[in-house]
Ligand binder design. Structure first.
Ligand code: UDP
Length: 339
């Protein structure tokens, strides 16, 4: 079995990708420092996959740890790099924490890979690199815009670092996946999203409100230039997103050039407004949600959704799960957490 290191493998997207790697016959090895994830995820993973997932607990900025892993584990086929700080508002308060962690981890990983002749690397990027695109759906050739937050800037700078490393003809094969908005949870309700404290993201806020943990959802603004005035995003089921990583790995393994880089949008290709998400959540789950409309949130862009033709054609990947299913799975996961 091919070994793939999954940094941040105990996190939301990481844990679902660990499952899909297993399903596809790979052996995932997690590196996680549990700074924004919980150890209970490991039990969930074991339940789903039927075997204990190998874990190295620690920080992937720690070069000694990386050396130890690469020495102990022979023939590592590649790395999928999820581990990063990701809270937009915290990044505004504490930018150095974000720059230090998110940039150092990328550099440490690319360096160790070159030292051990390991070439396949998938990087978790984000549609935030596009800012508010001029044309929708947004394609991969759309220009990158100045980031709205230090968090967003770390994604942009990481892509820039990768581009420069590739230009230097380093023997690395890299794909950056630009995620749109991942939501949902594993159908088993054994793993899902575990936000620390008050969620920033829409769907965990919705499920916590429906569960009575939050009093009400505030929709951030209804005076945008969209069909119902609320912001539009491309919400993708986390399982579909996880599967895109497996496809990206297969694609990297097919590349014959020693140096390779490409970027792919990973979304559904459809935009939904915040109001549509609220309404679909209520109808799909047959629950009522307490919500009000409030002021715009600073830094929010009006609308974005992906053109996914490139991933469909080259990675042979497409989404399989509906928005309804994602919102049902998210709610089931929230209910399972209460038990
Ligand atoms: N949103 C909202 N109320 C919330 C959280 C989010 O109205 O409590 C809106 C937010 O303004 C945006 C959309 O939901 O239009 C998605 O926000 P999220 O933070 O989940 O993802 P983003 O696209 O901003 O990264």
């Amino acid at each position: 079995m091919k070994k793939i290191i999954v940094t941040g493998g105990a996190g939301f997207i990481g844990s679902h990708t660990v499952v899909e790697l297993y399903n596809a016959g790979y052996e995932p090895i997690i590196i996680d420092n549990f700074s924004n994830s919980q150890k209970s995820v490991l039990a969930g993973l074991q339940n789903i996959t039927g075997s204990a997932v190998k874990l190295f607990e620690g920080d992937c900025c720690n070069r000694d740890l990386l050396k130890k892993i690469f020495t102990e584990e022979e023939n590592i086929d590649g790395i999928i790099h999820f581990a990063a700080h990701k809270a937009v508002s915290e990044s505004v308060q504490n930018p150095l924490k974000y720059y230090r962690n998110n940039l150092n981890s990328l550099m440490a990983l690319l360096e160790i890979m070159q030292n051990y002749n390991c070439s396949n690397f998938v990087f978790s990027s984000s549609c935030t690199v596009y800012g508010q695109p001029d044309k929708l759906p947004v394609t991969e050739v759309a220009p990158k815009k100045p980031a709205e937050s230090p968090y967003g800037n770390t994604k942009k700078i990481c892509e820039d670092i990768i581009e420069d490393v590739i230009k230097s003809n380093a023997e690395l094969k890299i794909i950056s996946l630009r995620y749109f908005n991942p939501i949902g949870a594993h159908a088993s309700s054994l793993i899902g999203e575990l936000p620390l404290g008050v969620p920033d993201n829409l769907v965990p806020y919705i499920t916590q409100t429906a569960a009575g943990i939050r009093e009400k959802l505030t929709i951030f603004g209804n005076d945008y230039d969209t069909s119902d005035g609320t912001c539009v995003r491309d919400y993708i089921h986390v399982i579909d997103l996880a599967k895109a990583h497996v496809k990206a790995f297969e694609y990297l393994n097919k590349q014959e050039d020693k140096t390779f880089y490409d970027v792919f949008n990973i979304g559904t290709g459809h935009g939904n407004s915040v109001k549509e998400i609220v309404e679909t959540f209520q109808s799909a789950n047959n629950v009522n949600l307490n919500y009000v409309v409030g002021k715009r949130r600073e830094g929010d862009i009006e609308k974005i959704f992906a053109d996914v033709d490139k991933a469909t054609t080259l990675l042979n990947w497409k989404t399989e799960l509906s928005l309804e299913q994602a919102l049902i799975d998210a709610w089931n996961w929230q209910k399972a957490l209460r038990k």
